[in-house]
Ligand binder design. Structure first.
Ligand code: PMV
Length: 362
């Protein structure tokens, strides 16, 4: 069983207290994960670009406590104690305790902050859960005679992050990560993300992502609710099969550098994700009028200029504008002149593909 691989070997060192810190990025899916089985097992494989600038920075201080009956932790966001985040962390700790036997032996102070504004409508769960999983892995390392090999460390960190928030397992490494069993992707697994193992054409190196903040409010539908709506969904089976075939197509596209084919797959995936929400029961429309205004403006710009800019969406109204590095100057002018006015307070975040999480010196 895969899970057994991640149970800790006996700890050979005792550690009374310490402090570790990691920065972990957000990611943007090209083939979307939407629908899960028990224990955060995805219904279909997904692939994402790891981002570079949108990150969570988490520092965990830990000290031995008397009783080992309960979890004990406090969480601070930007220096402010947050009790409303505690249930999510508590659930996460419960799910991962069997893989990290030290969890009940310490009190943890978890201090976290995001490089993107909290109220941006950008989900911080992927970067947040991966940063926390990495901190816990560093604490596990302190208990071992010799540190884990990097590949094993990353795999277990991704495995743990998945149990916090599915897409978080794609935020450990970069620049392209696959999560979910796919027959053509060597090493792919439902249990953790793996770096995309095949050739990637230069067209996709340092790909740009500008996140247009159309709606900075809280998500209208939590992703947990959304995933659950894929149970008994009339189109779910076809959708899961489509994700497999879109990933197969993307393998060819990454090799050939065919940007038109890339655009077709990525935009169709985004609209399919929203189509699933619109056709579930209950049904939701998460796009806003300005989401559609932006999509139409991107299509017009592409037609007028031959640009290879395209869009993708998360489970919300914000738009990720994706484009090759060599188009940076022109597309940034287009965004400033023609798309910024569709954003709340004209706000957008300029990002690009990155290479994963980093341990911070403290
Ligand atoms: O990780 P979750 O449970 O928040 O789900 C995220 C799902 C999407 O962002 C909509 C798609 C994806 O693959 O990231």
């Amino acid at each position: 069983m895969t899970e057994n691989r991640f149970r800790a070997a006996a700890y050979s060192k005792t550690v009374s207290s310490g402090r570790v810190s990691w920065s972990a990025p957000s990611n943007i899916a090209l083939v979307k994960y939407w629908g899960k089985k028990a224990d955060q097992i995805p219904q279909n494989p997904s692939i994402s670009f790891t981002l570079n600038e949108c990150k969570t920075i988490t520092t965990v201080s830990f000290s031995k406590k008397e009783s080992e009956h309960e979890f004990s932790f406090d969480l601070y966001l930007d220096g402010e104690k947050k009790v409303d985040f505690k249930p999510k962390i508590h659930t996460f700790f419960k799910r991962i305790a069997q893989y990290l036997p030290f969890l009940k032996t310490y009190h943890f102070k978890i201090e976290t902050s995001n490089t993107f504004p909290h109220s941006s409508g950008i989900a911080s769960s992927a970067s947040g859960m991966s940063a926390l999983a990495l901190c816990l892995m560093s604490i596990e390392n302190l208990h071992l005679e010799s540190e884990m090999a990097e590949a094993d460390f990353n795999k277990k960190a991704s495995f743990l992050a998945r149990l916090g928030s599915g897409s978080a397992c794609r935020s450990i490494e970069g620049d392209l990560v696959v999560w979910g069993d796919h027959k053509e992707v060597t090493g792919s697994s439902d249990h953790y993300g793996v770096r995309y193992p095949f050739t990637v054409h230069d067209n996709f190196k340092a790909y740009q992502d500008v996140i247009l903040l159309v709606d900075k409010g809280e998500k209208q539908v939590s992703s947990t609710v959304g995933h659950n709506l894929m149970h008994n969904h009339p189109y779910s089976q076809q959708r899961f099969e489509q994700a497999h075939s879109n990933l197969s197509e993307l393998i060819k596209v990454f090799e050939s550098g065919d940007l038109d084919a890339f655009i077709g797959i990525v935009e169709s995936e985004a609209l399919t994700l929203h189509a699933m929400m619109m056709t579930s029961m209950p049904y939701f429309i998460l796009m806003k009028p300005n989401t559609l205004n932006i999509i139409n403006a991107i299509w017009k710009y592409r037609q007028d200029t031959g640009s290879k800019v395209c869009f993708t969406l998360d489970a919300g109204a914000n738009v990720h504008v994706l484009f090759p590095k060599k188009e940076s100057d022109s597309v940034l002018v287009f965004i400033k002149k023609e798309l910024a006015s569709f954003c709340q307070d004209e706000n957008y975040i300029i990002d690009h593909v990155g290479f994963g999480a980093n341990k911070n010196d403290i």
